[in-house]
Write a protein that binds this ligand. Structure first.
Ligand SMILES: NC(=O)c1ccc[n+]([C@@H]2O[C@H](COP(=O)([O-])OP(=O)(O)OC[C@H]3O[C@@H](n4cnc5c(N)ncnc54)[C@H](OP(=O)(O)O)[C@@H]3O)[C@@H](O)[C@H]2O)c1
Ligand SMILES: [Zn+2]
Ligand SMILES: [Zn+2]
Length: 333
């Protein structure tokens, strides 16, 4: 039985080091991976009090492959994200929308014994992605959820280079959304709480920057054709509606409790589309890595130790809005 370290959430909110064991022989297309880096996503904070393996922005090196593996071999660098498995046969899977498969196995709902915070993990080959050579482990980690999520919202819903794209919230997701949208050729408008991230947002590719705190009305040079909302809380939709172009699409990506309430008549009168989206299907994830490699899109990372103390420190800082812009955990030698 290979036994390895995992870091699990618990009632106190401070992750605890534990072990988990897997059968001696890998079955099917299972792959045994040694973890080399993991991002810490805003969604992990929602699970920190649950007794489950934390982390879903994993990167590692393949140590062993199961009998049905066709692509990967020992030594390959791979990444994985939020979705661990899908059926491969249903209409969603057949149309490249496997993230909506009825048999999907997602973080927080399945495989609760392990995550990307730990020493090793066992995942299906079909849900693993080869990391391009020019992307380091710590840069690849935030791409596995944050990068995949925002790229998928832009790419799968056919963003055009002539569009003005808004990105609300400059955190893990937001700072990557700015870079992807800018490299797709779009005009990028950033909406952020204060002016403090202005200089960096412009360096990442934004063309316009708007601080939102305390404002009752937003001034914008051109209305938004799309808006990716990547704040950790739902924004005031009353403030957003007037800056959207007719027939614009809003992607509320924040994970949030409660219902979604939007100015109803405004939505009708402007023909606004509200587009739900969750992480990424395999095709979008693959293309995201290719695109990031070609355009040298890099997350801005802050490194922490993959230890109980390191994870807690990173989580507390993320909770307080003090991470610049994505925490990445690395195993200690
Ligand atoms: N739909 C999906 O598939 C998916 C995937 C991954 C993550 N998520 C969700 O996306 C959200 C962002 O994740 P993340 O990892 O990017 O988090 P993050 O790094 O904490 O970034 C969130 C940003 O929201 C803004 N913010 C912070 N506190 C806020 C508050 N009290 N009210 C409003 N805005 C606040 C900040 O941006 P400014 O300083 O610029 O205002 C912050 O940088 C989370 O809710 C996460 O659970 C969804
Ligand atoms: Zn995530
Ligand atoms: Zn399916």
């Amino acid at each position: 039985m290979p036994t390895f370290t995992v870091f699990k959430g618990n009632e106190s909110g401070a992750p605890k080091k534990e072990t988990t064991s897997k059968p001696d022989e890998l079955s099917g297309d299972q792959v045994f991976i040694r973890i080399t880096a993991s991002g810490l996503c805003g969604t992990d904070l929602h699970h920190r009090t649950a007794h489950m393996g934390l982390g879903h922005e994993g990167v590692g090196v393949v140590e062993k492959t199961g009998p049905l593996c066709k692509v990967l071999k020992a030594g390959d660098r791979v990444g994985w994200g939020y979705n661990h498995s899908f059926c491969g046969h249903c209409q969603e899977c057949l149309t490249g929308n496997d993230v909506f498969c009825a048999e999907r196995q997602m973080y927080g709902y399945a495989d609760l014994d392990q995550g990307s915070f730990g020493s090793h993990a066992v995942w299906r080959e079909v849900a693993l992605f080869k990391i391009p050579d020019n992307i380091s482990d710590e840069d690849a980690a935030p791409l596995q959820c944050a990068g995949a999520t925002v790229f998928s919202a832009l790419h799968m819903y056919k963003t055009q280079p002539t569009e003005t794209v808004g990105v609300m919230g400059v955190g893990g997701l937001g700072h990557l959304a700015i870079q992807f949208a800018a490299k797709m050729g779009c005009r990028v408008v950033v909406l952020s709480g204060s002016d403090s991230k202005k200089e960096e947002a412009l360096k990442l590719g934004a063309h316009e920057f708007i601080a939102t705190k305390g404002k009752t009305e937003l001034k914008i040079s051109r209305p938004l054709d799309r808006l990716l909302v990547t704040t950790s809380f739902q924004p005031s939709w009353d403030l957003i509606l007037p800056i959207m172009a007719p027939r614009a699409t809003i992607f509320p990506l924040s994970v949030s409790e409660g219902n979604f309430e939007f100015p109803y008549m405004g939505m009708l009168a402007s023909g606004i589309t509200i587009q739900g989206a969750i992480v990424a299907s395999r095709i979008a994830h693959e293309r995201m890595l290719e695109f990031a490699s070609l355009h040298e899109i890099k997350p801005v990372v802050q490194l922490f130790d993959m230890t109980e103390e390191g994870i807690l420190d990173a989580m507390e800082k993320l909770d307080q809005g003090k991470i610049h812009f994505r925490a990445v955990l690395k195993p200690v030698a």
